[in-house]
Each structure stands twice: as C-alpha cells, then as structure tokens.
Write a protein that binds this ligand. Structure first.
Ligand code: UT7
Length: 333
C-alpha cells in the first residue's frame, strides 16, 4: 500500500480586504479589541456576484492541479469541505465537478466545519492507500461574510471570520515512509450547539420564521466563545500528540505545525505548550481571519511558498471547531 501525498496545493482569496476599522463602521467594535483578542488585522470578503463558494474552490483547484501537473479529466474523486455551501442541496462538490469539467466522478461533501480539510484528507488517504483512486481533488472553501450577524449580538463571531479557498491534489506517494503517515478524527456532539448555525434546519416547521433573521436570530452563527476556546486548546494538544505518538515521534521531531486558524491566541497557546520555535508554526489569521475549512490549505500553501517546508520534513496539520470536531494528520513531506 502506498501512502497518500499532497502533490499540489492552491489558494484563492477574494481581492476585497476588510480591515478592523472597516468593521468598526458597521458595528460596535474596535481594531484594538479585535487585535488583542484574536490577532486578526484584516480578512477578505467575497463579492458573491463573482465569487460563489464553488467558484473560489475551482480557482484554488486549478492552481493545485497545475502544481500537481494534473488535468481536471484526470481527477478520480472530489472531496469538498465547507460549512457555507452554495445550496442547501446539492452540495458544492457537484458544482465544482461541473465547473472544472471533470468526468462523472464521485463528489463527496464533508460537513466537519473547521476540521473539514483534515477530515477530507483522511477520506482521500483511504482511497489512495487501497489503490482505488490515483488523483483526488480535496477542497476547503468558505464564504462567511454573507451569513454573519453584524449587530452587537454577533460581534464576537463576525469579527473573526473571513472568506477564502484552498485545494489540494492527493496522489500516491513515491518513496518509502513519505506522504500522509496517519490521520486522526474525533467528534463530541454533546457540544454541537456551542458553535452552530441552527436555522433554517429541516427539523422545524415552518422551516423559515421571520424572527430567525432578526439581530441575534438563529439564522446566524452562535458561539459560546470562551467555552469553545477552552475546549480548542485541550483538543489541539491531544490530537497533535496522538499523531506524533502513533508514529513514534516526539514534538522535537516536528518541522512544521499548520494549525487551523481559529484565534491567534489559540495557536500561540499550543506553540508555547509544545515549546515550538517561531519557524515551526505558520499562522495566517492576521491577514485572512478564520476561514474554517480553507485555513489549513491556505497556511500550508503559504508555508511551502515561503520555503518553510522542505522535502523530508515532518509536518502536522491540526484542527478543532464546530461539532465539536477535531482532527490531525502527520505528513512526511
Ligand atoms: O474556528 C472554530 C473555533 N472557534 C474558536 O476557536 C473561537 C474561540 N473563541 C474565541 O476566539 C474568543 O472567545 C472570541 C475571540 C470569540 C471572543 O473573545 P473573548 O475574550 O472570549 O470575549 P468575550 O466573548 O468573552 O467578550 C468579552 C467582552 C464582552 O464585554 P463585557 O461583557 O466584558 O462588557 C463582550 O461584549 O468583549 C465584548 N465583545 C466585544 N467588544 C468589542 C465581544 N465581541 C466584541 C467585539 N468588539 N467584536
């Protein structure tokens, strides 16, 4: 069995930069509060007339395919991670299949929120290892900006999210011990409502009620920020350790950690906990905010471009978010 590897990676973020000062014109917040609590300075907002979720996914995918020297016709499977799909159904995976002109391949939609990219990598890994497929397109794409509560009710959530997309082509790894060494997935549905968009769900009649869209309504994300934060730091630590220990490594063996970008303070907490030097962790939240399923491929792509990941390096991807879900992947690059 051959390991899976990330053969190509691509990113797309909208041009429209929204600073903290821009947000302070819309709601009762300040640049100082946002930077101090989250580390975020700016984020990107999509113009949805042009950049649909799947269009952003396609733009990132084309770059990833180019890097992997692969064409859309050669893709065997799409795995599409998002919490902000274009439609309630069908999922954005089929829209991407149409947009790219792929064959009538399978398109799996993953609903694991911030952990979506790592969950998706785990799915892709299984198909590659068993030899079922040779070219899998894995996408994480999000448009948050159209669905946020910009009133004071939602200000602790609205300031953290941004739009963007990342994609990867997953192929069999050449060379002993290279590629994805293991993936680790977890969930704890007990806390599902601690970070969620509840409506318009199908378990309510009528599905749409006007109060849902009032400020503070259930149409918008709700988050118990401090509870999520406390769980995040514990689960990040656990799942990174799990990946290292499974493969008989310690944190000293790690060359690069790409954590999901939830809050710079969470990343810094993990960095401190593991005593990781600055060059062994890559953060992007300052520029893009929390882009949920897109944050890991964005971080990975940037770290690669900056020459921070080299052939043979040990790289850990780790995520935590709504569900709760959390996950990690250990990769020998
Ligand atoms: O990616 C998925 C996983 N998500 C996360 O991991 C997010 C985890 N949580 C967090 O990152 C933080 O909880 C937040 C950044 C979301 C919030 O930071 P916090 O330090 O937990 O603030 P808080 O919500 O407890 O609010 C503290 C104060 C409150 O005022 P009072 O009651 O102390 O007077 C809020 O009303 O800050 C106020 N506040 C704001 N002030 C200015 C909340 N949001 C804002 C805001 N601007 N945007």
């Amino acid at each position: 069995m051959k390991n899976a590897k990330i053969a190509g990676i691509g990113v797309y973020v909208p041009d429209n930069v929204v600073t903290n000062d821009d947000l302070s014109k819309k709601m009762n917040t300040t640049d100082e509060w946002i930077v101090e609590r989250t580390g975020i300075k700016e984020r990107r907002y999509a113009n949805v007339e042009v950049d649909k979720n799947y269009i952003m996914g396609a733009k990132a995918s084309r770059k990833a395919m180019e890097m992997a020297n692969t064409t859309a016709e050669e893709i065997d499977l799409i795995v599409y991670a998002t919490l902000s799909a274009d439609y309630i159904f069908p999922g954005s995976g089929v829209l991407l299949q149409r947009e790219l002109g792929c064959k009538n391949i399978g398109a799996i939609d993953v609903r694991a929120q911030c952990s979506g990219f790592v969950y998706g990598l785990s799915i892709a890994e299984q198909y590659i290892k068993t030899g079922t497929y040779k070219n899998i397109l894995l996408v994480g794409s999000e448009i948050h900006s159209s669905g946020l509560d910009y009133s004071d009710h939602g200000r602790h959530i609205s300031v953290i999210f941004g739009d963007g997309a990342g994609a990867a082509v997953i192929q069999p790894a050449e060379g002993e011990g290279k590629g994805v060494l293991s993936t680790h997935l977890h969930s704890e549905g007990e806390h599902a409502e601690q970070l969620a968009v509840i409506d318009p769900g199908f378990s309510k009649v009528p599905r749409f009620q006007p109060e849902m869209v009032k400020p503070g309504g259930s149409f918008y994300p709700v988050m118990n920020g401090q509870f999520v934060f406390k769980n995040a730091v514990v689960r990040f630590e656990e799942v990174i350790k799990e990946a290292l220990e499974t493969n008989n490594y310690t944190v000293d063996d790690l060359d690069m950690l790409i954590p999901h970008q939830a809050n710079l303070r969470i990343s810094q907490f993990i960095q401190k906990k593991f005593r990781l030097p600055e060059e062994k962790i890559h953060n992007t939240i300052m520029k893009y905010g929390n882009t949920t399923a897109a944050s890991i491929p964005i971080g990975l792509s940037e770290a690669l471009e900056a020459g921070k990941i080299k052939d043979g390096d040990l790289v850990c991807l780790a995520a935590f978010g709504s569900g709760f879900t959390w996950a990690s992947a250990l990769i020998r690059w």
